[in-house]
Design a protein around this ligand. Structure first.
Ligand SMILES: Cc1cc2nc3c(=O)[nH]c(=O)nc-3n(C[C@H](O)[C@H](O)[C@H](O)COP(=O)(O)OP(=O)(O)OC[C@H]3O[C@@H](n4cnc5c(N)ncnc54)[C@H](O)[C@@H]3O)c2cc1C
Length: 301
């Protein structure tokens, strides 16, 4: 605990403008609305503040955890003894450079997609309904409806663990992963290469995808989206449904009755409830279909 007090004091001296929160309840920062307090959280509003946060932590041998909008995170009920650096809502500018967009990592994907649409740039229609930040989406190589971040990312500017600025063009994208998935670098900003398109066509594509989402997904309950990765050759939701697990409940956590790939918080769900439910689903799907499900949602303990 002492090292966080030391970190806080050091940061307050070297970067007084940096917003710091102590024992910050993580249920406020995750789309699941689950999670106890984080020991210390920094919310940088500029690159300089982000550099100060990362460098000072490195000087004290503290490994930070980086987060965006918390829409793919499940945080422990007892909280986490970690230093969190959160890009949302502080780092959020976007600008046009020719046909490329440069955007800060904390920009919500929905806003970025609208920014592109309004400038007649196509390629982010798939991302409009994903409730994450740009940094989280690049880390996860977020995707939907045949689109994924790998298709539009030209380069990423990030901070190394020691706070040096680096530009990465080969992001090692794979299915729901990238070279940033190891949590060692903080994504600061992203250059996106898009194609010219018709604003009205882009708008109607977004509306069509949004309608499909509202039709298929339980957006009325807190969740972290798809709980499991797509196993090769299968769909997680179809396997779970086939095993008769829709509606399976542990405490406040439930396998959605609308979309079996989602675990939803029906009210008061704990991290323990969700993990117990996930274990039951994995065990039953393995026993009945022989397929092993792997979690897509990141657990922070
Ligand atoms: C209703 C709903 C629907 C969803 N639909 C989809 C979908 O269609 N497709 C899809 O792929 N996902 C979907 N998701 C999951 C989630 O929105 C995505 O994974 C999103 O990209 C996560 O972004 P985030 O900013 O919330 O990241 P977080 O949840 O904050 O973090 C996710 C991971 O990224 C890392 N990270 C975040 N920001 C940074 C940064 N700046 N630098 C370095 N690392 C960082 C974190 O350490 C963590 O490992 C959905 C979630 C919900 C709740």
């Amino acid at each position: 605990m002492d090292h966080f007090v030391h970190l806080r004091e050091k940061l307050s001296r070297c970067c007084p403008s940096l917003e710091l929160r102590i024992q910050e309840p993580m249920a406020r920062h995750t789309s699941f609305r689950i999670g106890g307090p984080a020991a210390l959280m920094a919310l940088p509003r500029t690159e300089e503040e982000a550099v100060a946060a990362v460098k000072t932590a490195a000087e004290l041998d503290i490994e930070p955890f980086f987060m965006g909008n918390g829409s793919n995170l499940l945080v422990a009920d007892e909280g986490v003894d970690r230093f969190l650096i959160k890009t949302v809502p502080g780092l959020e500018t976007c600008r046009l450079q020719g046909q490329e967009i440069w955007a800060d990592s904390g920009v919500p994907l929905a806003r970025l997609a609208v920014f592109a649409r309004d400038r007649g740039l196509s390629g982010l229609e798939f991302a409009h309904g994903i409730p994450g930040s740009l940094g989280g989406a690049v880390t996860m190589n977020a995707g939907a409806y045949d689109g994924e971040m790998a298709q539009v990312v030209r380069s990423v500017t990030c901070l190394t663990a020691r706070g040096a600025v680096e530009t990465v063009t080969d992001c090692g994208f794979g299915y729901r992963r990238s070279c940033f998935s190891d949590g060692k670098r903080l994504i600061l900003g992203v250059k996106l290469a898009l194609k010219p398109g018709d604003t009205e066509e882009i708008r109607s594509k977004m509306e069509e995808l949004s309608a499909r989402r509202h039709d298929k997904q339980p957006l009325e309950y807190p969740s972290a989206g798809s709980m499991f990765k797509r196993p090769e050759g299968y769909y997680a939701a179809a396997l779970i449904d086939q095993c008769g697990l829709k509606g399976l409940t542990v405490g406040g956590a439930q396998v959605s009755e609308k979309h079996a790939g989602f675990v939803v918080n029906r009210g008061g769900a704990t991290c323990r409830d969700v993990l117990e439910l996930v274990e039951q689903v994995r065990t039953r799907v393995l026993a009945q279909t022989g397929v092993e499900l792997e979690m897509e949602v990141r657990v922070l303990k």
